[in-house]
Design a protein around this ligand. Structure first.
Ligand SMILES: [Zn+2]
Length: 114
């Protein structure tokens, strides 16, 4: 992993998409959850994310509708574009929001659909 070179200046997804160069936003988990609840309510199924690769709005409910298992959907939503389970034209992984669970567990996440 030491040889790991980012193709696009250190963006989290390393895929060369147009999110590269966009400012990353570090967000603590509690703040992120509060923001989501303010936007979409407490039901995580309804939280909407925008894929930085294709711009598609997606929620956990959308994943569940594709028969993705509930526990997997929690890992996937906001991180891997739902299009992976459909046309596979967008294979986006990670987004510009650096969701900070702990100082050693920072997850590049899609932005909310504001
Ligand atoms: Zn996408």
């Amino acid at each position: 992993m030491e040889e790991h070179e980012t193709a696009c200046g250190g963006c989290p997804h390393n895929r060369g998409s147009d999110v590269c160069g966009a400012p990353q936003q570090q967000t603590l988990l509690a703040n992120w959850q509060a923001q989501a609840i303010a936007l979409f309510g407490p039901d995580t199924n309804n939280w909407e994310f925008v894929c930085p690769g294709c711009g598609r709005v997606q929620s956990k409910a959308d994943l569940l509708a594709l028969s993705v298992f509930d526990e997997n959907a929690d890992q996937i939503i906001g991180y891997s574009c739902i299009d992976r389970w459909q046309t596979q034209e967008c294979m986006q992984i990670g987004g510009p929001v650096l969701l900070t669970i702990t100082p050693n567990d920072i997850r590049p996440t899609f932005e909310f659909n504001k």
